[in-house]
Design a protein around this ligand. Structure first.
Ligand SMILES: Cc1cc2nc3c(=O)[nH]c(=O)nc-3n(C[C@H](O)[C@H](O)[C@H](O)COP(=O)(O)OP(=O)(O)OC[C@H]3O[C@@H](n4cnc5c(N)ncnc54)[C@H](O)[C@@H]3O)c2cc1C
Length: 431
């Protein structure tokens, strides 16, 4: 054995502190432990509980969700975003001036199809194969039954409505996504409870879903603990960086010494990014869900509705309808009318659902998507300190995108080359 080998054999593994125990922090911990690193997670709340976006999402493991949220020509809708506070996308008036720089970038990022194609190509590199990656993690953590790989369904009022979005599907095809088109009879056969006004469907077989994203996150954290990770119930406040090297992550009332740190606090990441030397563009796209428990009717497959922009998924807790985009201060009061609108959509979509739901059958929630204007997360080393790793900003695809994100975080933390090109995800791209 050479001295160098002996040294590396005897040296202690690097200590990585992961800030935030949502699904991105959880997947990062999973893969850092696989890479032989020492892991501490810092999280002030219960992992996977309702403060996290990872708790209440629609559970889609949609490896084909490669388009940014905006599209060319969407700027024409800006007045309605402000005028209709209950529309599928709205911006709160008093927050508009603060959101404006982000909104301009949001529109610009999807101004032309070539721009959208570049985003789709990058997102596909992050999302491809995600259902299998999640299945592996869930099985290791003892909750394999939470991940289903039955595919996902898009329901349209008609084939003509599907064709309105033909360009987007063409971009998906270029990225290797394939799908099966269903006429009215095939759709009714597949989804007998669905309102028959939906006469066209698109089934994407490569995808999957999660039956309880909050429980999945919590299980990954518990599994990390059984493999030696420490979960510290604390709120991180910043970094101690000396001569460009990270010494510690600061927490309220103290600090945690470490070699590497990962910023994975979702919608709360901007302040940490700034402290790490990068001025990123990150907003909170707030979303809502309603869960109806104890009902028999509903979809066989998790289903997205293009016309009312909602997703309906059978969860372990009941039938979840999720959606809405509300650009507002992260901690502003929720507008629960939005969750009621989601519930009303659900009842209309599946006429066999009972109308006389008891209040205790319905649970509502508001969550915060951590969203960049171009729909790509920030993933890579910080400019101000190469020991800090950005891993946030997954917007609408944080659940599906977390699996490969975790692998990449571990590769960066271990000093290995990342498995995909990270230049489109650079946290410096907003400079
Ligand atoms: C309605 C809705 C539907 C969605 N549907 C889907 C879907 O079907 N598929 C999909 O892929 N994505 C979906 N998403 C998006 C997805 O939920 C998010 O992108 C993802 O959960 C983000 O995960 P995260 O770990 O980055 O953040 P979070 O889950 O928000 O976790 C961040 C964690 O950081 C902690 N934290 C905050 N501040 C600190 C601090 N100072 N110190 C330490 N810890 C801190 C928080 O307590 C929290 O636990 C949906 C989102 C919404 C709102």
């Amino acid at each position: 054995m050479t001295l160098a080998q002996e040294g590396s054999f005897l040296s202690k593994p690097d200590h990585v502190v992961i800030i935030g125990a949502g699904i991105v922090g959880a997947a990062s911990a999973f893969h850092c432990l696989e890479a032989g690193l020492k892991v501490t997670l810092i999280e002030p709340e219960t992992p996977g509980a309702s403060q996290a976006s990872s708790y209440g999402n629609a559970g889609w493991l949609s490896s084909h969700s490669v388009l940014p949220p905006a599209s060319p020509g969407i700027w024409k809708q800006v007045p309605s975003w402000l005028a209709d506070p209950l529309g599928p996308l709205s911006v709160r008036w008093r927050y508009f001036p603060r959101a404006l720089p982000w909104l301009i970038r949001y529109l610009n990022a999807a101004w032309t199809y070539p721009k959208i194609e570049r985003t789709a190509h990058a997102l596909r590199s992050l999302l491809a194969g995600a259902p299998a990656l999640h299945q592996h993690m869930a099985q290791q953590a003892g909750v394999g039954e939470l991940i289903e790989r039955k595919g996902l369904l898009h329901a349209f009022l008609s084939r003509e409505h599907f064709l309105l979005d033909a360009k987007a599907w063409e971009i998906r095809r270029k990225e290797g996504v394939s799908w099966q088109e269903l006429d009215a009879a095939a759709l009714a056969d597949l989804e007998p409870d669905l309102d028959p006004k939906y006469t066209f469907g698109v089934f994407v077989a490569e995808t999957g879903s999660c039956r309880n994203p909050g429980a999945y996150t919590a299980a990954l954290i518990r599994y990390a603990q059984t493999r030696g990770a420490t979960l510290l119930h604390a709120r991180a406040t910043g970094f101690r960086i000396e001569n460009g090297s990270l010494k510690a992550v600061l927490i309220e009332g103290g600090e945690v010494l470490c070699d590497k740190a990962v910023i994975a606090v979702g919608a709360r990441s901007k302040a940490f990014a700034t402290m790490a030397g990068d001025n990123v563009s990150l907003e909170t796209e707030r979303g809502y869900h309603a869960v109806v428990a104890g009902v028999e009717a509903g979809p066989r497959l998790p289903t997205m509705f293009a016309d009312c922009k909602v997703i309906v998924t059978q969860m372990n807790q009941g039938l979840r309808v999720a959606g809405q985009v509300e650009i507002a201060e992260a901690d502003d009061t929720p507008n629960w009318r939005r969750a009621e609108i989601l519930r009303d959509h659900l009842l209309a979509l599946y006429p066999a659902l009972p109308r006389n739901l008891a209040p205790e059958q319905i649970q509502i929630w508001m969550g915060r998507r951590p969203s960049t204007p171009d729909g790509l997360p920030c993933l890579g080393l910080a400019s101000g300190c190469k020991d800090i790793i950005h891993a946030y900003g997954h917007g609408h695809v944080g659940l599906v995108g977390s699996a490969r994100t975790g692998r990449i975080v571990a590769q960066l933390a271990a000093g290995h080359p990342p498995e995909i090109d990270l230049s489109p995800f650079s946290p410096t791209r907003f400079n």
